[in-house]
Design a binder for this molecule. Structure first.
Ligand code: UD1
Length: 336
């Protein structure tokens, strides 16, 4: 009997590649679809890679004809918030319209489960700084809106008899797989941990703190940083949940506590055993002071135990990968 196949989109990217590696370790049969626009072929460590777009209906039809796919794990997306503000239609095409095409083909071929890569950006600016899954969604940028619309498509399709789904709303994902096989190589990174580690290894002259006058304990922004390996294992737990008959749901992915920008920079300095060149700058447009998950539902719903809920570990694994890139280690890959 042929084993059922998982179609994983975006498996050459940062989060998709970490999920793919864990699926491979567990012996799952996976085919990755990625257009390599920002991802890396070398990050696809398990199964076959098909290079193409999630919006390519003919290609999707051929994949569903060739493989016995019963689950889709959907990561492929544009993810740069400021770019989404400047080029909204690029985001609505890739993140929303192409997701619709994928769901349409998947549904026609009888796919039973979908695990979707969503974001805390669906919440927008929070009055309290904390969000649970019933907090009103009010995205403040097209990136968040483009993801929220896909959540809605999944909800409505499930209500109409389509696949059951779990939408995972990621908070601030950081760190890398601890053995250093794969990591985050996104070109022109803007995320704090990555940027700080690039500064630590001399690939940037300094790191900026965007805003020191927030109403937070040390005046800098507070975020819920989750290690990418824990985020990845949440996807496998979501898969098991759906296979076991779990009903469709939305889950925050965070640890439920926040760290400030200064906390993160201190952890990088500690891991690197050297001070960073830090510039204090004005607030970045659109940044909420605090964005932290109420993370009870995921623990109640999934069989998931985080293993890396520790800022030092998050930063150490991110820094180790950055050192590899900076040294042009042949076992790493990097942006050209
Ligand atoms: C990220 C996600 C967003 C998600 C949010 C959840 C992406 C592109 N963004 O955004 O979708 O909703 O997490 O919490 O994945 N900072 C600096 N200096 C820097 C960079 C950042 O001070 O060089 C500060 C920011 O002002 C913020 C914090 O660090 O306070 C985190 O910023 P960043 O890593 O860019 O992530 P978010 O903007 O929170």
């Amino acid at each position: 009997m042929k084993t059922k196949t998982i179609l994983l989109t975006g498996g050459a990217g940062y989060i998709g590649s970490h999920v793919l590696r864990q699926l491979g370790e567990r012996g799952e049969t996976v085919v990755t679809l990625d257009n390599l626009s920002t991802g890396f072929r070398e990050a696809v460590t398990s199964g076959e890679l098909v290079v193409g777009d999630t919006g390519d209906e003919a290609l999707l039809e051929s994949l569903f004809a060739k493989y016995d796919i019963d689950t889709v794990m959907h990561f492929a997306a544009h993810t740069v918030v400021p770019e989404s503000v400047a080029r909204p239609l690029k985001y609505y095409l890739n993140n929303t319209a192409n997701s619709r095409t994928l769901l349409d083909v998947a549904n026609r071929h009888g796919v039973r489960h979908v695990v979707f890569s969503s974001t805390a950006a669906v919440y927008g600016i929070l009055a309290t700084g904390k969000a649970d899954e019933s907090t009103e969604t009010s995205p403040i940028n097209p990136y968040g809106t483009s993801k929220l619309m896909t959540e809605w498509m999944l909800r409505d399709l499930a209500d109409a008899g389509g696949p059951s789904y779990v939408s995972l709303r990621y908070f601030n994902v950081a760190g890398c797989e601890p053995s250093g096989t794969i990591g985050q190589s996104t070109p022109n990174a803007t995320l704090l941990v990555k940027v700080a580690c690039e500064a630590a290894v001399g690939r940037r002259p300094h790191v900026s703190i965007f805003g020191t006058d927030y109403p937070t304990p040390d005046g800098t922004g507070l975020r819920d940083y989750i290690h990418v390996e824990d985020l990845a294992s949440a996807h496998l737990a979501a898969l098991d949940y759906l296979r076991g008959g779990g009903t469709s749901t939305i889950l925050n992915c965070g640890y439920g506590h926040g760290y400030s920008v200064r906390d993160v920079l201190r952890a990088v300095e500690h891991a690197n055993k050297a001070p960073l060149v830090i510039r204090e700058e004005a607030r970045r447009a659109g940044d909420p002071p605090e964005l932290v998950a109420v993370a009870d539902r995921i623990r109640q719903t999934l069989d998931w135990s985080p293993r890396f809920d520790n800022l030092d570990v998050i930063v150490e694994t991110a820094l180790a990968w950055e050192r590899k890139i900076a040294a042009r280690d042949p076992t790493a890959y990097w942006a050209a």
